[in-house]
Design a protein around this ligand. Structure first.
Ligand code: SAM
Length: 643
């Protein structure tokens, strides 16, 4: 695992929250000595300055069905601008269009302050409640929050604006420059930041800001915005608004942040190979954004491979160092919890947020957890340490050690989840289709099958675990590992059922129906796909070691009486997932790989599928470039000399 970034402020995930003073019921920043919004009528002023001078309502109304529009903002604050834009979207945009709102916040409001501030606007109540419910944990970096059945996608970066704009990939249609006043917060108005704003713009991008300070106007003009002053809201000072007519930085800078002007929803259908969790989440996400998707699967139903166990714990292991792998794992876990709650809000389909305890089952793990907690501050709503008594009370089972409690985690029913994800009018599933290879043909990709006609597509995503390696075009040699895992189903009358997921040297899920799933083995040496007695015994022995009092009759059941399931996880040499384009000389774009999820697929896949869909649709990307580039396929390439 890599070491964390240098600097005391970078040592952990938690971000400092806003220091707020309430004056006449209105929030004021103690740090900056400025108001979040006008005390007369903040909502009206937002509509006048930011929406009005970006011609938001008119532009929303003019969008083509299925189009996407990107608003970017400096200073998320209370989210008032976001909610006002969402409201305008509801009123004016076509019902199947998508709004991306990309915002940054250096000092996020606490949940309590956010709720109090937004209670000022009864008209925005339903949206404020939704924001309150899904407001990201106060952790640094980029968070993607989805509202209104996928029509509103908020990318909220907790950190400094300049860091956000250099880490995120997007092109704005309209900018709201809403930091505190330049006199009180000069850092937000540096020329460098204005340069970054231009890099995320295109000819036609508009900007509005509440200030008319000359230095800000000149900096915006210098990067290509034609600026004009406009009267301020009610008797207030003038404001600035403008539009990029030419953009000098477009010609000179790399195209790192450049995306199609407005994402084009008239794109052809996307082809996905594999109907496990990676394929199903990507298909659903694309379908939600109006794309037609064809899913090919060799099996007769979804999730017949590594995603098909009857129960799966939603679990990641966070490192003592807060390096990129832990950053990705944490962000993915939080996004997974939000995604499954959005897809199954009543917890009746496949998601059981029972909480999860990672037990300190031996001195080594206890020491690791102690160092982990000493080193970093994690918000308690993500995780906290619990004593043996608390662990016992929370889980209702005879645990004898403390550990880390993840209150919003839990377990899933994978086959039900994958089936539900693929059940969408924009998704066409073709089961019993074994893909044998993918070849470049003109500007597209041709899929061949063990029987039947080939299929041509300009965008193809290969999921399906380690089999991906054998499907890639000639000259693409990559190495993945396939690791056998057998789970064991424990009849409920054999065990004292936990109420929460318990993770130790293996895991035990709360019972569902007649049994609780434990496992899984991690077999590097055998590729046997049959359920083996020896593997059941291994699962029983493991559970007896770290949870010796779990057996209701004091001893475990006989292995021969138990059922289970075998599958093969796909992993890589560095145990990190693989996602991104397949790049070959002279080959067309549009072929992607999404695999190597190991045993963390249910936690990692929702965020990675969200990012991949952003990329496939040419929309703002939800993950920092630095985190995604580490997951590229190239690192798994087998050197040509076979070394
Ligand atoms: N748009 C907000 C709303 O709708 O409530 C109000 C924004 S408030 C006037 C300015 C915000 O910019 C504050 O929340 C402040 O913490 C944030 N901010 C100030 N400097 C920043 C920086 N360098 N990077 C990111 N955010 C910053």
């Amino acid at each position: 695992m890599s070491t964390s970034n240098a600097g005391p402020d970078n040592l952990g995930p938690a971000i400092q929250t806003a220091d707020i003073e309430w004056r006449d019921g209105h929030p004021v920043s103690r740090t900056f000595g400025d108001v979040y919004f006008s005390r007369e009528n903040g909502l009206k002023e937002t509509r006048y300055v930011f929406l009005g001078h970006n011609r938001i309502e008119e532009r929303f109304a003019a969008l083509k069905p299925g189009a996407a529009f990107v608003v970017a903002e400096t200073g998320f604050g209370t989210g008032l601008n976001f909610l006002a834009t969402w409201r305008a979207w509801q009123a004016y945009a076509p019902s199947d269009a998508t709004l991306h709102f990309v915002s940054v916040e250096r000092y996020p409001l606490s949940l309590e302050d956010l709720e109090r501030a937004l209670s000022l606007w009864p008209e925005l109540k339903p949206m404020a409640e939704a924001l309150h419910q899904r407001y990201p944990a106060l952790v640094k970096g980029s968070h993607r929050v989805v509202f209104a059945e996928g029509r509103i996608r908020l990318t909220l970066y907790f950190g400094d604006a300049s860091e956000a704009w250099s880490n995120l990939r997007f092109t704005a249609d309209a900018w709201y420059l809403d930091g505190f006043s330049p006199a009180l917060n000069p850092g937000l108005w540096f020329e460098r930041l204005i340069g970054q704003i231009a890099e995320h713009s295109r000819p036609g991008t508009t900007v509005a800001t509440f200030t008319s300070v000359g230095a800000v106007r000149r900096a915006l003009q210098a990067v290509g915005f034609a600026m004009k002053e406009a009267p301020g809201f009610e008797r207030k000072r003038d404001i600035l608004a403008g539009e990029i007519t030419h953009n000098p930085s477009l010609a000179s800078s790399s195209d790192r942040h450049r995306l199609p002007a407005t994402a084009n929803r008239d794109l052809p259908s996307v082809t996905i190979v594999g109907a496990g969790i990676a394929g199903a989440l990507t298909a659903r996400n694309l379908a939600e954004r109006g794309r037609h998707v064809i899913v090919y699967s060799a099996g007769a139903m979804p999730a017949d491979g590594a995603s098909g166990n009857p129960q799966a714990a939603l679990y990641v292991k966070l490192g003592v160092d807060y390096g990129p792998e832990t950053q990705l794992a944490l962000r993915a876990l939080l996004h997974a919890q939000r995604t499954y709650s959005r897809y199954d809000p009543e917890h009746t389909r496949f998601w059981h947020p029972t909480g999860l305890i990672q037990l300190a089952t031996d001195p080594k793990e206890a020491d690791r957890q102690r160092r982990f907690l000493e080193r970093h501050r994690y918000p308690a709503d993500i995780l906290r340490d619990v004593s043996p008594d608390e662990a016992k009370a929370l889980s209702g089972s005879p645990v004898e050690m403390g550990g880390l409690w993840f209150p919003d985690s839990g377990w899933l029913e994978p086959p039900q989840l994958c089936r539900w994800l693929l059940d969408h009018p924009n998704i066409e599933c073709k089961y019993g289709h074994t893909v044998t290879g993918v070849y470049a043909q003109s500007e597209r990709w041709r899929l061949s099958f063990s029987h039947g006609d080939p299929h041509l597509s300009s965008q193809v995503v290969l999921t399906g675990g380690h089999r991906v390696a054998s499907l890639l075009p000639e000259g693409h040699l990559y190495r993945f590992k396939s690791i056998r895992g057998q789970v064991t189903e424990l009849p409920t009358n054999c065990i004292q059922n936990p109420r929460t997921v318990l993770c130790g040297q293996s895991y035990l899920n709360p019972a569902h129906g007649d049994y609780a799933v434990t496992g899984a083995t991690f077999d590097l040496k055998t590729q046997d796909s049959a359920v083996l007695l020896a593997s059941h015994q291994q699962n029983l022995d493991s559970l007896s070691r770290w949870l010796p009092n779990v057996w209701s009759k004091r001893t475990p059941p006989a292995a021969a009486d138990l059922s289970g399931r075998v599958s093969f996880r796909c992993t890589t040499h560095d145990y990190q997932p693989v996602i991104g384009a397949v790049e070959g000389k002279g080959e067309p774009d549009g072929l992607y790989v999404f695999t190597g999820l190991g045993s963390k697929g249910f936690a990692l896949a929702p965020l990675l599928a969200e990012w991949l869909t952003d990329r496939l649709c040419g929309e703002p990307e939800c993950l920092e470039q630095a985190l995604v580039s580490r997951l590229a396929l190239a690192r798994c390439r087998i050197p040509l000399d076979g070394a």
